[in-house]
Design a protein around this ligand. Sequence first.
Ligand SMILES: [Zn+2]
Length: 338
Amino acid sequence: MSIEYSQLSIPKLGTKTVQNAEEEKAIDREWYNNPGQFPKPSAVVTILRGDVKPWSEEWKWFFGAVALVLGIIVAAKMKKKRKKKGVVDRCKLCGRRGELQRSHFLPAALYGMILRQGGAEGNPMVVTREITVQTSRQFWAHLLCGECEGRFNMNGEGYALARVHNADRFPLLDLLNVAMPLQATRELALYSGSDIGIDVDQLAYFAMSIFWRASVHRWTSASGGQIWNPLGNYEEPVRRYLLGETPFPNEMVLVITVCTDFESQSSVLSPAIVRGDRIDGMGLIARGIQFRLYTGPDIPEALRRVCCVRSERRIILVGDCRRISLQAFANLHANRQP
Ligand SMILES: [Zn+2]
């Protein structure tokens, strides 16, 4: 075989002069045979196969899209699972560790009623020391387990919310208006809740659950409001009462007044100090039902007699609550933090 080329440029080895056929063969093992049979560079292979792409090349967009969709589905499922799992911590009411619910400070249904009535124009939904909250559901926290949320709902919330002023009717006042009061003055009427068939225990439980919620957690909203009204030494007895372990706590009086004025019927007022002649209490208004809670060993007899829990006839008052509502609003505003 004649060697018609004597010099070959071999990049790796540099310039090499091929002396004979044997040497050429030796080089061939590693590099090439002869000028007509040079191994084809990969670029040439690609060009040759340009119109006959491998199947994986043809379907790469399809597989890419399937992978993307699967990725999105898996991510969504994991997020849902995380959300479902929620926060695991100790329930503030029962003390058991478990998944905590997203608890609202006040039942969301109360806000819904205000919205149905035509918005909150002029009628604050929730007044705190810092702000008047016009938007719904701002105050929430991981506070209670599912069982305790259910307990609140079963033992008072469901019953009370079906009897507050619901934008169309005021079922509790309707019931009282057709009943005979035990006593009545121009300003105030006293009714026996038990005689009329009102489940006063449910109303009391509802109010106590809100007073307790205001005590056990500092509720803050994104807009800077805060609700926190500590019950001090009474927090623990109230917790046990709400759990059903003990009766209504000692040294506590709860007074229910069903409001005849529009302002109280259309407002939700978070717990606030209510100044009294001899003793201060804590007030709360849920669309026409005003609750006042007094604590301590020195509660005047006049208030004890109208306690909805302790009075024999399960007293419920009916009257114009504007004075107390406005006073409570005023106190909240006066206590505003700088
Ligand atoms: Zn619990």
